[in-house]
Write a protein that binds this ligand. Structure first.
Ligand code: BES
Ligand code: MN
Ligand code: MN
Length: 461
């Protein structure tokens, strides 16, 4: 293969500027106020794929945001890589905590990113990482270096549960047929410690509502004599973990995959500094399930976390009131073999069973998905490993992540193919948080590494 690095060096300013333009469009899928911009982003992505050399480019309408599909089939006998990514982004809130407006990208140098990082919502998750694939495609087609067939499927609803993508995949198995799925929507350990994500956690996301009296009450006249839904909710939530921080939902651990001592020892070999971890988060101690390390707690173990809790008076000053209702949003991260629908049911049954007399409890499931593990004993993983060795000069470490991309398990079920997660972001890139950014070095390294994956995967196939 001709060296992609030379082409990237020549075109890098344009590559950066194109990404900056894409990041200016606020494609927030969760908020209908951004609907127009989200649709417009699909068109811009489609146009970029056309320019990158795809032959067939379609904007596939769904009941929600469209899916951008594109392909270039050079020879049906050759292998086919299906690239998945998403053009939607998380809401930017709280906007006041950003140092620069979330949809006005700026480049800043930092200690971790001496070549600069682009600050904007979606910079890393996932516009920046998705666009690496578009630019890698441009390099391959412009230099006659495309060794196999390529299909792109870029959706606009990943951050809200990919419901319409599931619908689309189930109905387009033939069209989406492939030999491997390639996704850049995860991270790596550090720029000098490359890693490949080999696992994603599943997810069950629920909302709970606790209702006490039929109206808000004077907290002096009624306080102490009726169940206060906020007090009750706090107590119920507190009881969901025991003194060892094990989750108390009945049956929750029944199907959890336990790793062997050898597997855990292998995991522990990955470089990790607890001191730096605490320092980066300004905490004096880590916290979690007894008997497991920090890296185990955030990857191979299931969790239960409150993501939001509200009710009563939260305005300025004091108001003496017992609210009629209290609410919380709760996520459970799941590991292989736990079925998200089953866990959602177990949670519902358990939560209803612990409600004291005097309140009513409602549990409403939101979305969810299964976890995923990528095998490392196949040619797809080996091709990825070799590509990293080529561009980083080091072998990547296989590492399971705590995040979720629920659609990956569905891909395996419907399309019967394995997914390779070549993520180039860092945990410190602040995805979903204020000041999200993506290192320019990471962006360009991704563009450089991807074509080698195509080359080695085709060779080994
Ligand atoms: N790209 C992330 C998932 C991710 C990030 C996995 C880093 C591993 C490392 C994705 O966009 C995401 O945010 N997923 C959601 C779930 C989704 C159903 C909203 C998540 O993990 O919370
Ligand atoms: Mn993502
Ligand atoms: Mn995300």
């Amino acid at each position: 293969m001709q060296n992609p690095k030379d082409y990237i060096d020549q075109h890098k300013d344009r590559f950066i500027n194109e990404l900056i333009e894409l990041l200016k469009i606020p494609s927030v899928s969760a908020d209908s106020a951004f609907a127009k911009a989200t649709h417009q982003t699909a068109s811009v992505v489609a146009e970029s794929l056309r320019k990158a050399g795809c032959d067939c480019v379609e904007i596939c309408e769904t009941p929600g945001y469209p899916i951008v599909y594109a392909d270039k089939i050079i020879d049906p006998e050759l292998p086919t890589v299906l690239v998945y990514g998403h053009y939607d982004v998380q809401p930017p809130d709280p906007v006041e905590l950003w140092d620069s407006p979330p949809f006005e990208p700026v480049v800043k140098k930092t200690e971790l990113h001496p070549d600069g990082a682009i600050y904007a919502r979606g910079a890393c998750d996932d516009k920046g990482q998705m666009y690496m694939h578009v630019k890698a495609m441009e390099y391959m087609t412009a230099n006659d270096q495309l060794p196999c067939n390529v299909k792109f499927m870029i959706e606009g609803e990943e951050e809200v549960g990919s419901e319409n993508l599931a619908w689309y995949v189930e109905r387009n198995q033939e069209k989406l047929a492939n030999d491997v799925i390639l996704i850049s929507d995860t991270g790596m350990i550090a720029n000098d410690i490359p890693s490949i994500t080999t696992g994603l956690r599943g997810l069950s996301y629920v909302e709970v509502e606790v209702t006490g009296p039929n109206r808000d009450l004077h907290s002096g006249l009624y306080g102490g004599a009726v169940a206060n839904p906020i007090n009750v909710l706090a107590k119920m939530i507190a009881s969901l973990h025991d003194e060892n921080n094990h989750i108390t939902v009945k049956g929750f651990y029944d199907k959890v995959e336990e790793l062997s001592t050898a597997e855990r020892e292998k995991m522990a070999e990955a470089p990790f500094s607890l001191e730096n971890y605490k320092k980066a988060l300004d905490i004096d101690a880590v916290y979690g399930e007894k008997g497991y390390t920090t890296n185990e707690r955030n990857s191979i173990r299931p969790t239960l976390d409150v993501n939001g809790i509200w009710g009563g008076y939260t305005g300025e000053g004091a108001k003496t009131v017992i609210a009629s209702k209290a609410y919380a949003k709760i996520s459970m991260r799941l590991v292989p073999n736990q079925d998200w629908k089953e866990i959602t049911e177990l949670f519902k049954t358990h939560f209803e069973s612990i409600a004291p007399a005097g309140v009513k409890v409602k549990v409403s499931p939101h979305h969810g998905g299964q976890g995923y593990v990528t095998p490392i004993d196949n040619i797809a993983y080996q091709a990825a490993e070799k590509a990293y060795e080529k561009t980083f000069g080091k072998s990547p470490i296989p590492q399971r992540s705590g995040g979720s991309i629920p659609i990956v398990a569905l891909f395996e079920k419907e399309l019967k193919s394995k997914t390779i997660l070549m993520g180039f972001g860092l945990d410190s890139d602040a995805i979903h948080s204020p000041n999200e950014h993506f290192g320019i070095w990471n962006y360009l390294k991704g563009i450089e590494t991807i074509p080698y994956f195509y080359e080695y995967f085709t060779e080994m196939s």
